[in-house]
Every structure is written in structure tokens, then in C-alpha cells.
Design a binder for this molecule. Structure first.
Ligand SMILES: Cc1cc2nc3c(=O)[nH]c(=O)nc-3n(C[C@H](O)[C@H](O)[C@H](O)COP(=O)(O)OP(=O)(O)OC[C@H]3O[C@@H](n4cnc5c(N)ncnc54)[C@H](O)[C@@H]3O)c2cc1C
Length: 339
């Protein structure tokens, strides 16, 4: 068996969700004496190869894609190229496996569960004719099956999924595993990006969505803002608190509709799925659609004036009261502590 961490490489630093995937790959592999590979695809693949070896990947496969800097303004998805590359790596690497060794006849492909992965995981599964288990919070290998835990019914239920096959694909929810270094000597294989054909896509430039300056899936502290904050005074209090505790702001659907914040900050069933160290829920009732996006947060603190609000069923700590009284007091206390 081998475990392959598929890593999209398009940023200066390797994302912490990618380090988590490498860490989980190493953990699954060590419990079944398997081999760990990192499949690095994108404009910064070469740059991140040594980091992948530092986190336990003994085989590195690299597809460094050129970005045409003269064609600014064209946003072409990296996703399609990743689907092609995964398919190509599968073909190349299958030839290297020992056909006489039955322990080498299974491949587990692990992805992080980002917006990019959500776009391509199904396509990769279809291309490889392999089962796909998205958004898992834990997984193991019993010698024949991949056994994964994943939240279902908007996180109401944790389901255990068993998949078998020569290739199995999983995406791992970000923020759940502490990245752990496990340096190894690595073998590097470089692959040449195929010439694009007229009907194919050419990677011209990677453009971040406008206004989406924050990657919530990577944030350790998130302040979730709900309908309980409903004016500029409240917004200022939230901004002050965020700067004091170095938190990133996220929103419930109430603010997706109010227009007070950018819609890219939505957390929940129709927004981002996050699992920060701390999720501070301010004036959020705790609808199942919101909870679906933040229930795996390590610590949840809720402030709400309604003691019956469902968010308190999930929270580790709760404060019942008016945010417009509690936030100034909290900010004052934090400022005094800092001073
Ligand atoms: C198909 C579908 C998909 C959806 N997807 C999402 C999604 O991805 N994300 C999402 O968030 N929602 C989603 N929703 C909407 C969801 O059902 C809820 O309507 C929404 O989450 C409510 O947001 P809220 O908790 O901020 O507002 P409310 O439910 O109105 O709650 C506001 C809370 O603030 C408290 N409050 C008010 N004033 C104060 C105060 N001064 N001090 C303290 N507390 C106060 C109230 O007691 C209340 O509990 C979806 C709905 C559907 C149908």
C-alpha cells in the first residue's frame, strides 16, 4: 500500500492544510508499513518539495507548471491541470510498483478539503474510476479497506464509511491535525507539463477572488458574526476584538444577506467549512446550516442573549447576555491585560 498526498502548489508558503495532509499520510502509512509519496502540482511545486520531505514523503513527484506572466487578467483554474496530473502520475507510478508484491496493490490518494479540491475530487475519482470519500475528519487502513469518519446531515451525525479498491481518494477537513515533522531522505521525480492543445486550458495566472484576503480554513482564531451584531457600532466592536485576539472574521448567512460584510466570509453548509482552535460565535443562533461549517472547531465560545439558543448545545463556554454590553467589557479587559 502507498499513501499519496496530493498538494496543489500556488502560494509562497505551503498551506498548513497541506502539511496536515502530509502528517495524516505519514500516520496512516506507518500503521500499515506503507510508503508515503507527495504529488506536488503547480507553479511553486519545486519550491515546496523539501518541505514535503520534511513532513515524511519519501517519494516526491513534481509537476511544475509555468505561469504565463504576459497574459495578465486571465484566471484559468489550476484544478483541471491537477486532474490531468493525478491521472498521469498514477500511470507513471503504477509502472514502478512491484506487481508480485500484493502489499503494493492499493493506493490511497489524500487531498486537503479546500474549495479547489471540492471542484476536482469528483473528476479525479471519475478519471481513475475510484471511490471518493470527501471531507473526512479521520481515517485509517485495515489492510483491505479505507475506513473514514465524516460528518453527515449537516454535521448532525458522524458516519463511518468503508471503501475498497486499488485506488481510493479522500479529502481531509482542515484544522484537525497538528502538522508533525518527520524528516526523510526523498527521491525526486520531475515530470514535464504536457503541451496544451487548442481545446485544453493554459495556466495563465492565478488570481485570488476579489475581497477574499483571508483564508478562513487556515485561521487559528475565528470570530463568527451573526444577526446579533446589526449596526456599525457592533461592527467596530467586532473589529477591535478581532485585532486584540488576532482573530479572523467570519459571518453567518444573516450577514451574507445584510451586506455588512463580504459574502466570501460565509461559514456553513453553503459557505466555508472551518475547524479553528477557537471559534467565538457572536449573536449566532446555531442553525444546523451554520453549525455544519464550524462544529469541528476545537473550542467554541458563544455569546447570545437567548439562553435557549441552540449554539449553547455545541459551545464549550457560553455567555448569556447582550453583546453590546459584553463586548466593550471584554475589550476593556483584554486591553488591560495586554497593557
Ligand atoms: C439551504 C440553506 C443553506 C443555508 N446555508 C447557510 C450557511 O452556509 N451558513 C449560515 O450561517 N446559514 C445558512 N443558512 C441560513 C440558516 O438557516 C440561518 O438562517 C442563519 O444561520 C441564521 O443566522 P444567525 O444565527 O446569524 O441569525 P439568527 O438565527 O437570527 O440568530 C441571531 C441570534 O443573535 C442573538 N442576538 C440578537 N441580538 C443580540 C444581542 N444584542 N446580544 C446577544 N445576542 C443577540 C439572538 O438571540 C439569536 O440567537 C442556510 C439556510 C438554508 C435554507
Amino acid at each position: 500500500m502507498r499513501v499519496c498526498a496530493v498538494i496543489p502548489c500556488f502560494q509562497e508558503e505551503l498551506r498548513s492544510s497541506s502539511l496536515e495532509v502530509l502528517t495524516k499520510s505519514a500516520a496512516v502509512a506507518s500503521s500499515s508499513s506503507a510508503h508515503v509519496e507527495a504529488w506536488l502540482v503547480g507553479p511553486t511545486a519545486e519550491k515546496h518539495s523539501s518541505k514535503a520531505a520534511q513532513y515524511g514523503a519519501a517519494t516526491l513527484r513534481l509537476m511544475e507548471l509555468e505561469v504565463d506572466s504576459e497574459a495578465k487578467g486571465v484566471n484559468v483554474s489550476l484544478g483541471r491541470r491537477i486532474v490531468d496530473t493525478v491521472d498521469e502520475f498514477m500511470t507513471h507510478s503504477a509502472a514502478e510498483l512491484d506487481a508480485n508484491d500484493p502489499s503494493e496493490d492499493s493506493t490511497l490518494l489524500l487531498f486537503d478539503n479546500t474549495e479547489l479540491t471540492k471542484d476536482i475530487l469528483g473528476a479525479c475519482g471519475a478519471r481513475l474510476d475510484a471511490p471518493v470519500i470527501p471531507d473526512v475528519v479521520d481515517l485509517s487502513w485495515d489492510g483491505h479497506h479505507c475506513i473514514a469518519q465524516r460528518p453527515t446531515y449537516a454535521s448532525k451525525v458522524m458516519s463511518e464509511v468503508h471503501a475498497e479498491g486499488s485506488v481510493i481518494l479522500c479529502s481531509i477537513r482542515a484544522g484537525l491535525f497538528e502538522p508533525i515533522e518527520k524528516p526523510v531522505e526523498a527521491t525526486l521525480h520531475r515530470y514535464k507539463a504536457p503541451e496544451s492543445d487548442l481545446l485544453g486550458q493554459v495556466l495563465k495566472e492565478l488570481v485570488a477572488p476579489e475581497g477574499d484576503t483571508v483564508d478562513l480554513t487556515e485561521a487559528p482564531i475565528i470570530i463568527g458574526v451573526g444577526r446579533g451584531i446589526n449596526d456599525e457600532t457592533g461592527k467596530d466592536l467586532v473589529a477591535k476584538l478581532a485585532s486584540l485576539i488576532r482573530g479572523e472574521i467570519a459571518i453567518s448567512r444573516a450577514h451574507f444577506e445584510s451586506g455588512m460584510y463580504s459574502h466570501t466570509l460565509l461559514v456553513g453548509q453553503s459557505g466555508k467549512v472551518v475547524a479553528p482552535r477557537l471559534y467565538l460565535a457572536l449573536g449566532i443562533s446555531g442553525s444546523i446550516q451554520h453549525v455544519a461549517g464550524m462544529s469541528e472547531s476545537h473550542t467554541i465560545i458563544a455569546i447570545n442573549k437567548d439562553p435557549e439558543a441552540p449554539i449553547f448545545d455545541l459551545a464549550d463556554l457560553g455567555i448569556v447576555g447582550d453583546l453590546y454590553q459584553i463586548l466593550p467589557a471584554l475589550i476593556h479587559a483584554l486591553e488591560s491585560t495586554k497593557a
